[in-house]
Ligand binder design. Sequence first.
Ligand code: HEC
Length: 206
Amino acid sequence: MRGFTCHKGSVIPGLTRDPAQCKRFNLKLTGSRVKPGMTRNHLVCIVLIALAISGCRGWTSTEPPIHPNPNMDTQIKYKAYRESDFFADQRDMRPRVEGTIAHGDLDGLKQPTMTHALMQRGRQRYDIYCAPCHSKVGDGDGLVGRRMPIKPTTFHSDYMRAQPLKHYVDVETNGIRTMPSYKHQVPIQDRWAIAAYIKALQELKL
Ligand code: HEC
């Protein structure tokens, strides 16, 4: 429906949609379309939006999906187990450069000097953190350990005796098989102390 609105700042009842009346009262005539109710344009919009939302489900395509805001999702990058055509051995994952150490391993690298105080500390920490499973003498028969489905390893085997000090530090730091890591409970210096104390326990020759 086409209509007109008289305009003079305020609405004068009964004067809309009649150009003749507007003229009579010397009011400015603004030609605007008055569209009561829903028009065809509205309907077209609604159908288009519905189609967009339903996203043409069920269609298959070999094209990659449209990704309006890619951010950095699809950047070119190396992934650990991917193939690489850049390196001669065709691996993305690079071996550690010889003579270097990973950043996080730095503080654990230096073996502290063995002192009586360190041993004492090691014994105290061992009794708190390890003995419940590995037992006070390290034979794997601690109160908790003997109830575990997979028994804690005894430290009195040829295999365990042959392990260097840093193997124990490594097990404490990273865990091994079913044993969890203790790096959050036991600071690195104490881990060395415990390892030294385990070496001393092995002198018991059980
Ligand atoms: C909750 C029980 C538990 C505690 C506490 C525990 N361990 Fe263990 N540990 C185990 C179990 C179980 C295994 C055997 C894991 C397996 O074989 O799956 C094991 C294995 C080991 C081994 C054998 C590694 C090898 O080379 O096979 C070492 C060394 C060890 N623990 C050291 C420690 C030290 C040091 C502590 C104290 C910081 C400690 N554990 C605390 C349960 C425990």
